[in-house]
Write a protein that binds this ligand. Structure first.
Ligand code: 5GP
Ligand code: ZN
Length: 123
């Protein structure tokens, strides 16, 4: 299903600005179509955000055409988890959507969290 949404970088979006290097971040991965950086307020010993460079507001805005991009986002998360040494113990990948989902930045991101055990379900 094609998308006609405008996904170009937005000057009013925090993560677009980080992706463009206009705001500083602790970069972990800097690829052509995605980026990973440390969360500014980590909730676990390892807490890294993985974002597409394209401005996609949330997981609710993905289409079937985004399959390859999603594959790269998750494969990058898995690679970072190995590199950070959290893969063997296990970790959590989360993408919050909307107000009740706990989303505070309206640019799609995966939280890669590890280094401790997590409870289920989330609070
Ligand atoms: P959300 O609440 O939308 O699921 O996740 C947004 C995340 O972005 C939060 O975990 C928050 O700590 C992080 N965050 C907010 N502002 C910044 C920032 O300026 N830099 C970085 N690196 N992370 C941020
Ligand atoms: Zn954005």
């Amino acid at each position: 299903m094609p998308t006609d949404a405008d996904r170009s970088p937005r000057s009013d979006c925090l993560f677009c600005r980080i992706a463009r290097g206009e705001l500083p971040s602790q970069v972990v991965v800097d690829d052509e179509d995605l980026m990973a950086f440390h969360d500014i307020a980590p909730r676990s010993p390892t807490h890294i955000l993985i974002i597409p460079r394209a401005h996609i507001p949330s997981a609710a805005d993905l289409t079937e055409d985004d399959g390859p991009l999603l594959g790269r986002l998750f494969a990058t998360a898995a690679r970072i988890a190995r590199e950070q040494g959290i893969a063997d113990a296990g970790y959590r990948i989360v993408s919050n959507v909307g107000r009740w989902g706990g989303q505070t930045v309206d640019h799609l991101h995966l939280h890669l969290m590890g280094g401790r055990a997590f409870s289920w379900p989330p609070g």
